[in-house]
Design a protein. Structure first.
Length: 429
């Protein structure tokens, strides 16, 4: 080989190595982010601003996929193939069900949470109410970082309450008195969209207020079914039966066939006084609401003044898959995104409650704040049954809860069926 040829080959190899190094560097400076939001939704606008600012500060490009609510279905093939996106976003219960229920597919984030906060001072974990992290911990490991807090309860029409001189109820019996007064005046007390997830709120909340957090999950995971024989479960079922078509029939006519979002739209237009749903409702209803629509909020009232009084913690946030290629950059993005100014955007633009403590609530749902501040603690939505035993929840609890709320099952029949089907479910596992 001639000296000139060796020189040419040497230069070519150096150039090739330089190109490969440059390409690797570019790849390392791009983060893949799978979001639960669709393009144009308020949260997408907030996140897009965060990504733009993150690139300006770090040079890292965040490449989002606006996958919508089915994000985990779309991401799971990549997770199983070992080529996941760098960040996944969804409610913690759904993240748990998809990524932790069977396999540990996500990275523990203890080091991130024990490190400094986004402004460079304090401990990152201290930005949140302790339960926000502890509720979803497993064996001392924290897998998710929240940025948005959602809860459920009764959203009510202040105009109708004022018209009939009604006060916000503080106990279950007071709620029934309010419903009775409304019905006597030709008004529907409650509005409902016929969806198993929404219908299930009624019995789940009745159990929370009768027996407290953990009770529904305890019954659902009792392979013998014996827990369902405890009287509190029947008491909760009777609460739901009372308001249903089989009882006092306090719902807007035709609620059993209402297809989302017909019920909530009707409520926003002044038809019916109350709707039991998540705190996203105000943001969803506002565009179609009547001009005099004035919503308020109260928590699902205790059965007794001294009864269980926790609030639901339905958290939305981020997780990093175990095999993500850019784990440290993903942690950097998460820390960056929890700056106070971006949490304020969650309140102002998305009209949802920021997960970070000390950031103001959006005025549209500010009525939630005193209930959160005075609660005895927090529990996971649906008492963790949706996350930890998703098949039981979707195939058994949801449909039976719907039949109870519709008045198709008496309280006694409901308990009999859920007990028998829970036993069958666990035998098949």
């Amino acid at each position: 080989m001639t000296r000139s040829l060796r020189k040419v080959l040497g230069l070519s190899i150096v150039a090739l190595v330089a190109v490969l190094v440059l390409q690797a560097g570019v790849a390392a400076q791009t983060l893949e982010f799978y979001s639960m939001w669709n393009k144009g939704e308020p949260q997408e606008k907030v996140l897009s601003q965060i990504f733009e600012d993150f690139k300006a500060e770090t040079g890292v490009t965040v490449r989002p996929t606006w996958a919508g609510r089915e994000i985990l279905t779309k991401a799971r093939p990549r997770l199983l193939m070992g080529n996941p996106p760098d960040v996944l976003e969804q409610s913690f219960s759904e993240l748990w069900a998809a990524l932790l229920a069977r396999d540990e597919l996500v990275l523990p984030l203890n080091d991130l949470l024990e490190g400094p906060g986004p402004e460079g001072d304090g401990r990152f974990a201290d930005l949140f109410a302790p339960d926000f992290l502890n509720l979803y911990a497993r064996n001392g490991k924290y897998y998710f970082v929240p940025y948005e807090y959602i809860t459920s309860g009764f959203f009510y029409n202040k105009t109708l309450f004022a018209k009939y001189g009604l006060e916000v109820p503080t106990t279950w019996s007071e709620l029934l008195d309010v419903a009775k007064t409304l019905k006597e005046n030709g008004e529907a007390a409650f509005v409902q969209d016929n969806d198993d997830l929404y219908n299930a709120y009624w019995y789940y909340w009745a159990v929370e207020r009768t027996l407290g957090p953990g009770a529904l999950y305890r019954a659902a995971t009792d392979r013998t079914g014996a827990t369902w024989d405890e009287p509190g479960y029947l008491e909760a079922a009777k609460m739901v039966e009372t308001v249903s078509a089989a009882g006092e029939d306090y719902f807007l006519k035709g609620y059993q066939g209402s297809v989302w979002p017909a019920g909530q739209v009707s409520w926003g237009q002044g038809n019916g006084a109350m709707i039991l749903v998540g705190s996203w409702i105000v943001n969803e209803v506002a565009p179609s609401a009547s001009p005099d629509w004035d919503p308020g909020f109260f928590a699902f009232p205790p059965v007794r003044p001294d009864g269980p009084n926790t609030m639901e913690a339905y958290l939305i946030g981020w997780a990093i898959p175990k095999k993500a290629k850019n784990q440290e950059l993903a942690k950097q993005l998460i820390r960056f995104a929890l700056q106070e100014k971006y949490q304020e955007m969650i309140a102002e633009v998305a009209q949802n409650v920021p997960a970070r403590s000390g950031v103001g609530y959006p005025k549209e749902i500010a009525g939630i704040q005193p209930y959160v501040e005075n609660a005895d603690g927090f529990h996971v939505e649906y008492d963790f049954t949706q996350a930890r035993i998703p098949q039981w929840f979707s195939t058994l609890f949801g449909p039976l809860g719907t039949r109870l709320l519709h008045g198709d099952l008496t309280a006694e029949a409901f308990i009999g069926e859920i007990k028998a089907k829970t036993i069958e479910y666990w035998k098949a596992q």
